[in-house]
Design a protein around this ligand. Structure first.
Ligand code: PHB
Ligand code: FE
Length: 339
């Protein structure tokens, strides 16, 4: 039986179209984009600039892992490409939703579409879709070996996993009143891949009166206890300088397009990166980063990382809200250094 012919209507918010009576998932609409899921795929439909009916499909596990990051990171910096076709571009009060716009072949064929939404509107629909499409037992933040499957007919939900609070220190992890250190008793056991990471903490001898300002913690131990992958947390913040370390395993679920320079420091093991032109997807570089290597991603690139085993990566972000406009006006460079 054709699944599309067996749909039952139900009362819902305007963004929800209908629930499919065969596998049970709701369909969603955002402007001229429609979203459906079945047992294996997320399908996106839109009308192209030249009025042709277009569609695109992604493996639903890949789609949900990307959707999870986009929601949790508030649309991140610049472009969040779910794959080579579909994604979002953050303008910080509004968000572009696009299909094919940053794919050189689709753009020149005129079969792309881009619409801009107030951030709240797209956030609401994305949150509903993530909630409806994530089955019990599937954790979009977990490494593939540490979660159940995304596939099959609708089966419960995993609300606790998809509404995890982002871990953001205001000054530094472990300072009084700031983000606490991770421990067994806070639900953060050491990951299977990091059983050999020493867990001792540094001894701090602060002059009396400076106890609140002199601080240190064991970052390797902190990271060894991360329960999620590809989810940078803020461990120290100095003005707009954010130290965002994270543990990585398998594939970065988005292809990130930069609107600024960002730095990577590979703290252990290895991540290989595919880098491409952020506007067209034309391949630019393959970067093999081993323990101790540093790299900077220029503002004109998009990149996706591949981590064969769980590794530790420090991402260093310049979170200045004016930087993207300084780069657009040519006042700040697109590269970290010119030789
Ligand atoms: C990135 O896009 O630069 C990025 C995002 C998440 C990570 C690592 C790197 O976990
Ligand atoms: Fe990035």
């Amino acid at each position: 039986m054709n699944a599309q012919t067996r749909i039952t209507h139900h009362a819902a918010s305007p963004a929800t179209l209908q629930r499919n009576s065969v596998h049970g998932y709701s369909a969603f609409r955002l402007g001229g984009f429609e979203f459906y899921r079945d047992e294996y795929f997320a399908h996106i439909r839109w009308e192209s600039r030249d009025s042709r009916p277009m569609s695109h499909s992604l493996d639903v596990a890949i789609f949900l892992r990307a959707l999870m990051r986009d929601v949790a990171w508030g649309f991140f910096y610049g472009w969040v490409n779910f794959d080579e076709v579909f994604g979002t571009l953050n303008h910080y009060t509004s968000v572009d939703l696009y299909a094919g716009t940053y794919n050189g072949a689709m753009k020149s064929a005129g079969i792309d579409r881009l619409e801009t939404f107030p951030t709240e509107q797209i956030r609401t629909v994305f949150e509903q879709m993530l909630d409806d499409w994530t089955n019990e037992g599937f954790d979009p933040f977990a490494a593939p070996q540490e979660t159940g499957l995304a596939y099959g007919p609708k089966r419960g939900n995993n609300r606790s996993a998809i509404t995890r609070a982002r871990e953001l220190a205001t000054r530094c992890v472990g300072l009084k009143g700031d983000l606490p250190l991770r421990a067994d008793h806070t639900g953060s056991p050491v990951n299977r891949a990091f059983a050999d990471v020493p867990q001792d903490e540094p001894l701090i001898h602060a002059e009396p009166g400076f106890e609140d300002q002199v601080h240190a913690f064991n970052l390797f131990a902190f990271l060894s206890r991360s329960q999620v992958t590809w989810n940078p947390s803020f461990t120290s913040v100095v003005k707009h300088s954010y130290m965002c370390p994270t543990t990585e395993e398998h594939i970065l679920p988005i292809i990130h397009g930069n609107d600024r320079v960002e730095w990577f420091f590979q703290m252990c093991d290895e991540i290989d990166w595919s880098c491409a032109d952020k506007n067209t997807g034309k391949p630019l570089a393959r970067i093999i980063m081993k323990a101790g290597d540093m790299a900077a991603m220029p503002a004109y690139c998009r990149h996706q990382g591949f981590s064969p085993k769980r590794s530790m990566l420090l991402v260093w972000e310049n979170g200045s809200p004016s930087l993207v406009y300084e780069i657009q006006k040519g006042e700040s460079p697109e590269v970290p250094v010119e030789f």
